[in-house]
Each structure stands twice: as C-alpha cells, then as structure tokens.
Design a protein around this ligand. Structure first.
Ligand code: SAH
Ligand code: SF4
Length: 348
C-alpha cells in the first residue's frame, strides 16, 4: 500500500472509515474467521522498577499504593479462568528483576502448566533477560506481550527517562523471537507530539519485525505522572475523539497489513466509549482480555486514569464481555487457547 493511502486511512472519518472497517473485517473473515478469543488477565503486582513518564505505576509515583498478589490469590483467579473457560491467561505486572520476583513468576508459570496444561500462557512483565525468558518458556509460557510504545527514537526519548532504552526493548523483542515465543507488540496512540508519520513508522516496524500478536491502545492521561500536567491534560481532553478514532483506524490497518495476527481490543478504549473494545473488534481485532484481577486490587493497578470496571468482580466482567461480543454479532469462542495463526504459519 502506498504511504499516501496509509495516511489517508489512518485519518479516515465518515464513509472512508466505514470502507476501511469493511475491508479489515473482510480480510479477517477470509484469514482467521469471526471467532473472538478470551484471555483472562491477572495484574498480579503493581511494583515497577521503571519510571516511564506516562504510567501511573512508575516507580516515581509515590501516590501509587503498591501490592503483590499472593500465590493463593493467583490460584483462585486461575480456577476462575478455568471455570469460565477463557482458554488463556495473561500475567501482567510492572518490571521486576529481583531474584525473588523472578522465582515467584517462574513458580506461577510452572503451577499453571502443571495444573492447567490446556491454558494458553501469556506474560507481560517487561524487559526480562534472555536466560530467564528461556527458563519461563521451558516452564510453559509461550506468548509474551511487550509493546514498543513508539518505534520513533526521538519520541521514545521524550516519553521515557534518560536510562530507558529503545534499543534494549528491541533487543528483548528479538530475544523473544529467538526463544520461539509467540511475540506480541504494540504502541500507544495519541501521546503528545506524536504525528501520523510516527504511526506509519510504527506500522512499518511491526511489519518488518513480523510479530504474531498485537496489543496496542490509546494513550490515557494520568495526573500523577510527569506527562499528566495541566497543559497536556487540556490538549488530551480536546483530542480524545481523534485519539479513539485513530486507534480504531490503526487496528484496521494492522489487520489488512498483517492478516493472520491476533489483535487485542485494548481495555483503555473503554475509557473513551462504554463499548470501546467492541468497536475495536468491529474494526478488525479478534481478542478480548477481561480482567480477572481481584476487585480489591483493581483500583491500584492504574496505568492510566478512569480505568473501567475497577468496582467490578471477575464474574461481572465475564458475563458482560460475552454478552457484548454476542450483541456485536461476533462469535465468542470459549475453551480453546486461540493461538496466533501467524505464529503457526511462520513455524511450518
Ligand atoms: N510493565 C510492563 C507491562 C505492564 S505496562 C511493560 O511496560 O511492558 C503495559 C502497557 O501499559 C505498557 O506497555 C503501556 O503501553 C501501557 N500504558 C502505560 N501507561 C499508559 C497510559 N497512561 N495510557 C495508556 N497505556 C498505558
Ligand atoms: Fe513500569 Fe510498564 Fe508502567 Fe513502564 S509502562 S512504568 S515498565 S508498568
């Protein structure tokens, strides 16, 4: 596709946007079908060693109340996931690299693999070292989600402290591929000063790296972060609709450019519209990740503000998402892990 066309579609509104979504849905139907797969997400700790300038659980945010779930609490979540037949679990946390934290994560993965061998296991725990990632893979983790946030070095620098490195992030993504994980990436859409050309660079990066899964979403302001200042908040509020629509257009473009990938409908879209994630499914996404995090912790895992469903329990989220997917005339599929077709194809 020509750059001018990509630009046109990323900014599409009205009839052109309808055309774009019709094409992305057609491509999805032709390659992976209309099935929507579920991943129950457990946000098991909000401690983080990093200090990303946009994130509410960055180590520098002293207002964040920290927690670590116990093994017993995680086991209860897993039993729930098994009972409602989500088919896959995502373990997400801040970036933790101490020996104790690594051992804890490894033991959880071992527990899942031994007790629920039919469950897909996705990790989303930041930039871990090669040897440890290999150990986790050996223990049964087989998918990893690590967003690049932005592929543009100058923008990456603006939204991260000095010592965070885009090269290191790319190196970890390459490590994950070497180990043979199903690798997921993504970006944040709508960060201050991001341009459409920046988003085109992200699309190019995703194609070049040939990822299997995507978990991209809109940037949402958090007041207790360096990027959540008054000026940024004002312009974020003014641009909300555009950020939402651009995210949907980006998802549709990804589906067209990388048809056999799994694409998640980000929870952050529900900050913008009550049915934000469903709109993402209608634009070409095929994965939904209902929260299984215990209600007592939900209000503490605030990467961004106005996070939806913090007063709900896992049971409510399950009933609600399945109802919403049905109402959108898509096909919710329970009880299977829903691996990425793209991954299968590149491993033939
Ligand atoms: N610590 C791990 C995983 C948890 S953070 C990691 O960083 O990879 C998961 C994702 O949350 C990040 O990749 C980032 O894209 C997203 N995120 C953080 N702060 C956000 C914000 N203010 N708005 C939208 N997404 C945010
Ligand atoms: Fe930590 Fe991830 Fe937030 Fe960065 S985005 S501060 S690594 S939790």
């Amino acid at each position: 596709m020509k750059i001018t066309d990509i630009k046109k579609y990323l900014t599409a509104t009205g009839e052109l946007q309808k055309e774009l979504f019709a094409e992305s849905v057609r491509v999805r139907k032709e390659t992976i079908g209309e099935d929507v797969h579920f991943r129950g997400i457990i946000e098991f700790s909000n401690y983080c060693e990093k200090n990303c300038l946009y994130c509410g659980i960055r180590c520098g945010n002293e207002k964040a109340e920290r927690y670590r779930m116990t093994k017993e609490e995680i086991k209860i979540c897993l039993a729930f996931i098994d009972r409602v037949k989500y088919g896959s679990v995502v373990l997400q946390s801040g970036e933790l690299t101490s020996t104790k934290d690594k051992r804890f994560l490894l033991e959880i993965v071992q527990f899942i693999h031994n007790n629920y061998p039919h469950l897909g296991i996705t990790l989303s725990c930041g930039e871990l070292d090669f040897e440890f990632l290999k150990e986790l893979y050996g223990a049964g983790a087989h998918r990893y989600l690590l967003r690049i946030e932005t592929s543009v070095p100058s923008l990456y620098k603006k939204i991260h402290p000095e010592h965070h490195s885009l090269e290191k992030r790319i190196e970890t993504l390459n490590d994950l591929k070497k180990i043979n994980y199903q690798v997921g990436c993504g970006n944040m859409i709508g960060v201050p000063e991001q341009t459409i050309d920046n988003l085109i660079s992200d699309l190019n990066f995703f194609q070049e790296m040939d990822f299997d899964m995507f978990g991209l979403g809109p940037y949402v302001i958090h007041e207790d972060t360096p990027m959540g200042n008054f000026e940024n908040k004002k312009s974020w509020e003014e641009n909300k609709e555009q950020i939402f629509q651009t995210t949907l257009n980006f998802i549709a473009m990804l589906r067209i450019l990388l048809p056999s990938c799994n694409i998640a409908a980000a929870t952050a879209l529900d900050v913008f519209k009550p049915n934000g994630r469903i709109q993402a499914l209608k634009a070409g996404a095929n994965i939904i990740m209902p929260s299984v995090t215990p209600q007592i912790y939900r209000g503490k895992y605030l990467l961004y503000q106005n996070k939806p469903c913090i007063d709900e329990h896992a049971e409510d989220c399950s009933a609600c998402t399945i109802r919403q997917v049905n109402a959108a005339k898509l096909n919710p599929v329970l009880g299977t892990p829903g691996n990425s077709l793209h991954y299968k194809q590149r491993n033939i």
